[in-house]
Design a protein around this ligand. Structure first.
Ligand code: COA
Length: 390
């Protein structure tokens, strides 16, 4: 996650909105804000670096990068990550897009690749910056973050079930034309389509697996904001004839998203990590139902069983340290970051130092994005004053 965040109580005050609308109505407390030298590549590479700590990199056959905050129309963000991590040259690297569901499309493809070559692994990086307009209704649902998943025939965290339900429909609930930096959203419509896609993909999943609502011990949903996950769970329960569902079966999975914000492709999987790390009971052997939704739209319902010993694969202290060292921005500072733009005329430009992550976007030259590893080139972060260069 980025090093900076805005407290939504401050945003509510600045926008003249009752703070309970954000904390209760949409269920968000804080939103992550990327500084000018952080983007989907640096966040994704940082996540992947940690995910690969205990993995033999020579076994990585494919790197798939899922994002809807792409930095280039042609070149995949995966190639930059491949370089920053020093992955083997034989590792295929490409980008996948279908709004927030791109990471799940990558996951299903990865299962097929691993089934074909069980001695190889697939690295999936899901990284996004959720960006709506300043002062828009979507503004409090912004955020940023990345997740890296290592898919292997010997899973340490979760074994995915083979049955999947899917749903596709051509709708305009959320999109971002090539000439825009912010998403266009029909927010209320997107909630309706999300719930319809949940009903439809669940129906196929239930038919194919023969499982019922009661066969699942825990639930994770795509979380544009945490209240959406609660609405989704209530709907799924209603379909199953359960009038008062046990909301504690999803509550631990909402925690990280509530304080990071939306991270599009990463959101469902940050929710899964949140559930695994914040549930005191041992989840070994428990079946988790997972719903992925990508506006536009494509959705998937699938499930997995938590591996025995999954806690050894988690780094439970890592997220906590990141939360403790994050810095709060004032609304004015957040707006300065928001308005920062990279040059569009090919001029040489150095981004100011802000991120303390292992990689940073150091600047641009001749229309090329330049990245550096900060593990070797340590630099003091500057203050929030940044020039809008574009
Ligand atoms: N105290 C408590 N709750 C309050 C409140 C207050 N003072 N004021 C409003 N609320 C509640 C509303 O009742 C509503 O709850 P409900 O949906 O359960 O009825 C909720 O807060 C949101 O209020 P609403 O008026 O609908 O907000 P909005 O018009 O600003 O839009 C979104 C909300 C989510 C549609 C908007 O943030 C958005 O477009 N987000 C991006 C798109 C998105 O995330 N889509 C989800 C599917 S991918």
């Amino acid at each position: 996650m980025p090093r900076y965040f805005v407290d939504l109580a401050d945003l509510a005050e600045a926008r003249g909105v009752d703070a309970r609308k954000f904390s209760v109505g949409i269920g968000q407390e804080k939103m992550g804000v990327p500084p000018p030298d952080e983007d989907v590549v640096t966040m994704g590479a940082s996540a992947a670096r940690e995910a690969l700590e205990q993995v033999d990199q020579d076994k990585i056959d494919t790197l798939m990068f899922a994002t809807e905050s792409g930095i280039d129309q042609s070149k995949a963000a995966a190639i930059y990550v491949h370089h920053l991590l020093g992955l083997p040259r034989n590792c295929k690297s490409f980008e996948i897009k279908q709004a927030c569901c791109g990471s799940t499309a990558a996951l299903q493809m990865a299962l097929a690749l691993v089934a074909q070559k069980p001695d190889r692994k697939v690295l999936i990086v899901a990284s996004d910056v959720a960006r709506y307009g300043l002062n828009s209704s979507g503004e409090p649902t912004q955020g940023a973050g990345a997740v890296a998943l290592v898919i292997s025939a010997q899973p340490r965290v979760m074994t995915l079930d083979p049955e999947w339900g899917a749903y596709t429909e051509d709708v305009m609930d959320f999109w971002r034309p090539n000439y825009m930096d912010e998403a266009v959203v029909d927010g209320k419509f997107s909630i309706k389509v999300y719930l319809k896609a949940l009903t439809e993909s669940w129906a196929q999943y239930a038919r194919e697996s023969g499982r019922t609502f009661a066969d699942h011990d825990r639930f994770c949903y795509h979380l544009p904001f945490t209240r959406m996950g609660e609405k989704a769970h209530q709907q799924l329960a209603k379909l199953a004839g359960v009038t008062e569902p046990d909301m504690s079966l999803l509550a631990p999975g909402l925690h990280y998203n509530r304080i990071i914000g939306n991270s599009y492709t990463a959101s469902l999987y940050i929710g899964l990590i949140s559930m695994l790390e914040n549930t005191a009971a041992d989840l070994s052997g428990q079946r988790v139902g997972l719903f992925s939704y990508g506006s536009g739209c494509m959705a998937a319902y699938f499930s997995g069983v938590v591996s025995a010993g999954y806690r050894h694969a988690l780094r439970m202290d890592r997220m906590q340290t990141q939360f403790e060292t994050r810095q709060a921005l004032t609304v004015a500072e957040y707006e300065t970051f928001y308005q920062h733009a990279l040059p569009r005329d090919g001029q040489r430009y150095k981004t100011p130092h802000h991120t303390t992550g292992p990689f940073r976007l150091s600047g641009m030259e001749s229309h090329k994005r330049l990245y550096e590893s900060t593990v070797t080139a340590a630099a003091e972060p500057t203050n929030i004053q940044v020039a809008a260069a574009g």
